[in-house]
Design a protein around this ligand. Structure first.
Ligand code: DGY
Length: 320
């Protein structure tokens, strides 16, 4: 008998076909609406495999309802949506999809940095509104990227890929990380700095660290006040790493110059969130890994990890 799996969102047909060869599938068939909690609670009861996204909260209470679950395969590199401790206690293996999204997410981070520095969204809106009457010397002037100082908080795979891009722009690169990365320091000409130094010296601060109890609210009023008033904060990691109320005030008062955000404390961010009223914020809806090729690779890897566990084989990417 094929093992039963539950897939929490409509995923590409070619991946469904692959999973179907080895598993009995049930799937939440909506592409844009997350599976309701009560449906997930019911479906998880007899599933042996769960293929889920960052939009599902897989907490202890939910796992208590899972009688046969062997694997939770998250289609994401981040897994802060899953209670890893509870899963471990229940001997459920948790897997993620690192590696395949590194370059795509670094591309987006650099694009967001450039768009924020050069006020691309604001400029486009200005033109479309019909406000462009003439060329003028200081009109829509931004900050230079070439030759500026970039501070990377979290020198993992994506942080490293970002540093490679920044080298092409002749940026001076500082990084802060729990442990020193000597090889990367040598290869990419990046310099380790304490967080305080990085915040004080950087023109761009990019958050690239995972979300955890340690990094929750890492960037709050104190840290923002250490930054230059011409500095730009970029966050493509997880929203909770930045205190959004503090960020709003810092942007409003001019403590820092601008922010580029792909992630939020609450997702989707509410339409009346004060951050959305500020012209010096570039906001995009958590699309770091969103290229056609990369999302397919992520789905494929998540499927592969899940099926390996169900065949009692070693999955490629275990977390926890
Ligand atoms: C992840 O993988 O953790 C992203 O946030 C979604 O690509």
């Amino acid at each position: 008998m094929k093992p039963k799996v539950y897939i929490t969102r409509k995923i590409p047909d070619e991946i469904v076909t692959k999973i179907e060869m080895e598993c009995e599938i049930r799937m939440w068939n909506e592409p844009e609406i997350p599976v309701p909690r009560e449906v997930l609670e019911k479906e998880i009861a007899d599933a042996e495999g769960l293929f889920c996204l960052i939009t599902e909260t897989i907490d202890r209470e939910l796992l208590e309802k899972a009688r046969r679950l062997k694997v939770i395969s998250n289609m994401a590199v981040g897994y802060n949506n899953i209670d890893i401790k509870a899963a471990k206690e229940k001997k459920i293996i948790v897997t993620n999809t690192p590696g395949v999204l590194t370059e795509t997410t670094a591309d987006l981070t650099f694009a967001l940095l450039m768009a924020t520095a050069r006020r691309l969204v604001e400029s486009s809106d200005y033109l479309r509104r019909g406000d462009w009457k003439t060329w003028s010397p200081m009109q829509l002037t931004g900050q230079d990227v070439y030759g500026a100082t970039l501070g990377i908080i979290g020198m993992g795979r994506i942080g490293t890929a970002l540093a490679r891009r920044a080298n092409g722009f002749d940026m001076k690169i500082l990084y802060h990380n729990r442990s020193r990365k000597y090889q990367i320091e040598n290869e990419l000409n990046v310099k380790f700095a304490e967080l305080e130094t990085l915040l004080k010296e950087s023109d761009f601060v990019c958050i690239m660290t995972p979300y955890s109890n340690e990094t929750k609210g890492l960037i709050s009023t104190r840290e923002l006040s250490l930054m230059k008033n011409t500095a730009i904060l970029i966050n493509t990691a997880r929203g909770g790493i930045v205190n959004e109320d503090d960020l709003y005030l810092a942007l409003k008062k001019g403590t820092i110059w601008a922010a580029g955000l792909d992630v939020y404390e609450e997702e989707p961010i509410s339409q009346d969130h004060p951050l959305l009223t500020l012209p010096n914020v570039v906001t995009i809806p958590h699309i770091g890994s969103a290229s056609v090729k990369t999302r397919l690779k992520m789905a494929e890897l998540a499927a592969e990890n899940m099926m390996l566990v169900l065949k009692n084989e070693q999955p490629k990417n275990v977390v926890g």
